[in-house]
Design a protein around this ligand. Structure first.
Ligand SMILES: *[C@@H]1O[C@H](CO)[C@@H](O)[C@H](O)[C@H]1NC(C)=O
Ligand SMILES: *[C@@H]1O[C@H](CO)[C@@H](O)[C@H](O)[C@H]1NC(C)=O
Length: 481
């Protein structure tokens, strides 16, 4: 990767880290509070307490965790206040706070083998339920299973943290004392479990997927760690939209890692407490991409499943609107295993890649498009995107409201109106951000694994507050007879 790109990327990462450093810097908080006071000159009282919890203080507590779609436009202060932070010279922060400092201490719940590596045909040696990664790294099954393999990469990263040196800007380390941990990680490979075991076999009353979920609930809720926090500091993976369908209703106080909120009622999962993680792309990474606007012949590319139910009608409508355009590739049917290299060629030679809400708001196409440096055109009004608190998707994606996209010629005119220089800017940005979506072992600085842990770290202050609140009356329960 070119040096310039590297720098651009590291600026993003550094500013994030400096942001954490700010937490521990009372003087910055002092400056911030003065800033708030100055901005609140309209208020009759010098410090208006009703004013802090609502908006301003949330900036400090939430750190990067504010979700734009939840902020009304009449709260401009939230957007403005980080300006103060940017005025603090970044180099000073780096000197004061070690940028390599681990952000997140993670305790790994010792789930029995049947919840994780047994799926990968790994057999326990001795007492440990965890593989010795020095000896052999168990392999996750390939094909489309990989799209939801975040469970595998995060677990491997925690195991690896025990014998890697911590200087290379690693975000999370495994700790063995749960009292010292920021969060508790539940390594249930729930997406793989759904993919493989959701069918009821002839001799079974219930599918293995259901049985394991029941077992998980029993196991977790019996642990002291769970009782201590009501599960609020636990991390549970349910990336496949259909995974953990039963257990989620019982384990919802935990922080879920999800692809989207499509199949969840807001009280079970929401942007406040949960983390959206990317799909792993199945399209080949475009290495040494020297293409340009003119060398990508296809204007707009779509290859995907289109469902009639739920929000999927949009795909049907778009198909009829676009099917006669010569430089548009619109092909219905999800990518099968043997279609991957064909789709890779297609996306690598297209300027724009269409991403339509399917039966859920998220779709794997987006991450395939990013890996192909094919500028994503997103038509999904309720989509939630990974790390959007630190990443501005409008720099490399085009968002179109569903109601607009369904107007005749709207979409095709919009896409045709985008000029070479604008497209090239987005393409260049895609090449910068693509590593944020790359899952690998061992994980590298700034890849998807580190970005996800950082997103978790940004939630830790909220988790702590919730746990503390839940303890307010815990000591005064009337004894049960
Ligand atoms: C775990 O950490 C807590 C808090 O730091 C400490 O009091 C406790 O003794 C530790 N437990 C063990 C087994 O080391
Ligand atoms: C990409 O470019 C680098 C440097 O020019 C070269 O070493 C590498 O082999 C190329 N990779 C591919 C897959 O073409």
């Amino acid at each position: 990767m070119a040096v310039a790109e590297r720098n651009a990327l590291s600026i993003g990462l550094i500013s994030q880290k400096s942001f954490f450093c700010l937490f521990s810097t009372p003087s910055i908080l002092f400056i911030l509070s003065w800033f708030f006071v100055l901005r609140s000159t309209g208020h009759p009282h010098f410090i208006d307490y009703s004013f802090f919890p609502n908006s301003k203080l949330r900036v400090v507590v939430d750190s990067g965790n504010s979700e734009p779609q939840h902020q009304s436009d009449n709260e401009p202060s939230i957007k403005n206040s980080p300006v103060v932070i940017e005025e603090v010279p970044q180099e000073n922060n780096l000197v004061k706070c070690n940028p390599n400092k681990v952000l997140l201490k993670v305790f790994m719940c010792d789930l029995p083998l049947e919840f994780h590596f047994e799926f990968l045909d790994w057999k326990a040696e001795g007492k440990s339920v965890w593989p010795d990664l020095h000896a052999k790294v168990p392999e996750y099954p390939g094909g489309l299973n990989l799209q939801h393999s975040i469970e595998y990469w995060l677990t491997l990263d925690l195991l690896f943290s025990e014998f890697s040196d911590h200087s290379n800007a690693r975000t999370a380390i495994r700790v063995h004392n749960s009292s010292e941990a920021d969060v508790l990680f539940v390594p249930f490979f729930s997406s793989l479990c759904y993919n493989w075991y959701s069918r009821v076999r002839p001799h079974q009353k219930k599918s293995k997927n259901k049985l394991l979920q029941e077992k998980l609930v029993r196991f977790l809720t019996a642990q002291d760690e769970w009782k201590r926090s009501g599960g609020r500091d636990h991390i549970i993976l349910a990336h496949h939209p259909n995974s953990l369908l039963d257990a989620r209703i019982k384990l919802w106080p935990a922080m879920f890692k999800l692809a989207d909120f499509g199949r969840y009622p807001p009280n079970i999962a929401n942007v406040e407490k949960d983390v959206i993680a990317p799909y792993k792309h199945v399209i080949k990474t475009f290495i040494n991409d020297t293409s340009d606007f003119d060398s990508r012949p296809t204007l707009l590319y779509f290859q995907g499943a289109i469902y009639r139910k739920d929000g999927g009608f949009v795909g049907q409508e778009l198909f009829y609107l676009l099917k006669d355009e010569k430089d548009v590739h619109f092909s219905i049917g999800s990518i099968q295993k043997d279609g991957i290299s064909k789709a890779s060629r297609g996306m690598h030679s297209s300027k724009f890649c269409l991403n339509i809400a399917g039966d859920t708001p998220s779709s794997s196409c987006l991450f395939d498009a990013i890996a192909s440096h094919c500028v994503p055109v997103i038509i999904s009004d309720d989509i939630e995107l990974p790390y959007e608190d630190v990443l501005d998707y409008s720099e490399f994606c085009i968002f179109v409201r569903t109601s607009d996209a369904l107007k005749e010629n709207f979409l095709i005119n919009l896409v045709r109106s985008i000029r070479r220089d604008e497209w090239t800017r987005m393409w260049a940005r895609l090449k910068e951000v693509e590593e944020f979506f790359e899952f690998q072992y061992p994980s590298k600085e700034g890849d998807a694994v580190q970005m996800i842990w950082q997103a978790v770290a940004r939630k830790v202050p909220i988790v702590r507050m919730k746990v503390h609140k839940s303890r307010r009356f815990a000591h005064y329960h009337a004894p049960k007879d």
